[in-house]
Design a protein around this ligand. Structure first.
Ligand code: FES
Ligand code: FES
Length: 161
C-alpha cells in the first residue's frame, strides 16, 4: 500500500492504494464518485474520461499512484456551459457516456485553444471534422453524436448544424 494525496473536485483526499489500482477504480469504489463510468476498462470507449491537472485522460488506463499530488476533476466537480448545451441539443439518450463526453469536450476545447493540432488539422478553424476527430475517443452506443456535435459547436461559439 502507498499513501497518495489527490485534490479531487476541490477537496484534498489522502488514500492508501495498492500500486495496481486504477484511478477509475479509486474514484468510483473508494471515493464514491460514480460519474466517471467503466465502459470497457481498456481505453476504447472514453466513458471514464476525467480531467487530470486540466488535461483529459482515460481514468481506466491510469494508475492512481501516478497521479499522487494531482488535481482531478470528475463530472461531479464540473460547472461548464457544455452541461446546459448537452441538454439543449439532446446530446444524450441513456446518459452513460455523457460524463466522459463532457469532460472530454472540456479538455478538447482547451487543447484546441492551446494550439494543439489533431490528425486532420488544416486551419485554425474548429470545424465539425476537427471536432469529430478530436472527440473520436468517446463512443456513444446510443448514437447521440449529432446532439453532442451541436452542443460542442454551440459552446465553441459556432452555429449548430
Ligand atoms: S472505460 Fe476507460 S476508455 Fe472505456
Ligand atoms: S447517451 Fe447512451 S451511450 Fe451515449
Amino acid at each position: 500500500m502507498t499513501e497518495i494525496q489527490l485534490k479531487v473536485n476541490g477537496s484534498v483526499e489522502a488514500v492508501d492504494v495498492e500500486p495496481w489500482v486504477s484511478l477509475l477504480d479509486l474514484l468510483r469504489e473508494r471515493l464514491g464518485l460514480t460519474g466517471p463510468k467503466k465502459g470497457c476498462d481498456q481505453g476504447a470507449c472514453g466513458a471514464c474520461t476525467v480531467l487530470a491537472n486540466g488535461r483529459r485522460i482515460n481514468a481506466c488506463l491510469a494508475l492512481a499512484v501516478q497521479y499522487d499530488g494531482s488535481e482531478i476533476t470528475t463530472i461531479e466537480g464540473v460547472t461548464h456551459p457544455l452541461q446546459e448545451a448537452f441538454v439543449r441539443h439532446d446530446g444524450f439518450q441513456c446518459g452513460y457516456c455523457t460524463p466522459g463526453q463532457i469532460c472530454s469536450a472540456i479538455g478538447m476545447l482547451a487543447e484546441y485553444e492551446a494550439g494543439m493540432p489533431s490528425a486532420v488539422t488544416e486551419s485554425d478553424e474548429l470545424t465539425e471534422t476537427e471536432i469529430r476527430e478530436r472527440m473520436s475517443g468517446n463512443l456513444c452506443r446510443c448514437g447521440a453524436y449529432n446532439g453532442i456535435m451541436d452542443a460542442i459547436l454551440d459552446v465553441a461559439g459556432q452555429d449548430a448544424r
